[in-house]
Write a protein that binds this ligand. Structure first.
Ligand code: CTP
Ligand code: CA
Length: 226
């Protein structure tokens, strides 16, 4: 069958997709966030359902309606996203990390709103590293037999950066987007190259996020065992 044709090739499979962007609270009214809309992750969830999968969508702050037939787990922070992904991944055949996970979070959370003080400059915000969820689940994949997919938005030497990241993370596939002014964030369309740990390189022409999602599932499907 041709690529992109909807067929129930994921029937009997459980797939986990993370989507959106984490928010790392500073105080009760403020957070560190990012521009991820969640649209690519939601497109992955919808297309996986169409191909027969049971889908768990771990959704971080995406202002999008729950896709039909999907088990949605709402999370806020990177630490919460990690817990939800690890729990759902326990019996999953594939995990696709489309969420933008904050690399850092404020070291301290102020229980009360941070206020200005007369004539004083603000205190600097100290950040600490968040756990790397993709690297963690990829480290287990040889034992679990799961297919693990990451996403990366890169600038400059996009392919070289992507190859290095694929190796560093240890995942099976890495979807690499080039970002720039007006590219990718919040848009309905996407353009990417999917790099495989086996050396494969699959370009995906500019088009709807569903088309990229279907290519990702084609590549996942080829890599799933019996
Ligand atoms: N990711 C993750 N946990 C993190 C950071 C990222 O699971 N703490 C996942 C993302 O969901 C994505 C992939 O890793 O699938 C690549 O994210 P990216 O931010 O490009 O990778 P980083 O290793 O954080 O590299 P950079 O320093 O370029 O941000
Ligand atoms: Ca990052």
């Amino acid at each position: 069958l041709a690529r992109g044709v909807t067929e129930p090739d994921l029937r009997g499979r459980h797939v986990v997709v993370s989507a959106g962007g984490t928010r790392e609270p500073l105080d009760p009214v403020r957070f560190l966030g990012n521009r991820s809309s969640g649209k690519q992750g939601y497109a992955l969830a919808r297309t996986a359902v169409a191909r027969g999968a049971r889908v768990t969508l771990v959704s971080a702050n995406a202002a999008l309606p729950d896709p039909a037939g999907v088990d949605v787990v709402a999370v806020g922070t990177a630490v919460e996203l990690r817990e939800a992904v690890l729990r759902a991944a326990a019996d999953a055949d594939a995990v696709v990390m489309a969420a933008a996970v904050a690399d850092f979070r404020p070291a301290a959370y102020a229980a009360g709103k941070i206020k200005k003080k007369d004539g004083q400059e603000p205190e600097p915000v100290t950040l600490v590293r968040n756990p790397d969820i993709l690297a963690e689940i990829s480290g287990d994949r040889v034992r679990s037999g799961q297919v693990i997919v990451g996403f990366a938005a890169e600038t400059d030497d996009v392919l070289a950066n992507g190859r290095a990241k694929l190796k560093r993370k240890g995942c099976d596939l890495l979807v690499v987007n080039e970002v720039g002014e007006r590219k990718t964030f919040g848009s309905e369309e996407n353009e990417a190259v999917v790099l495989g740990a086996d050396g494969s390189e699959t370009p995906v022409a500019h088009g709807p996020k569903e088309a990229l999602a279907d290519t990702v599932w084609d590549l996942v499907s080829e890599r799933l065992g019996e």
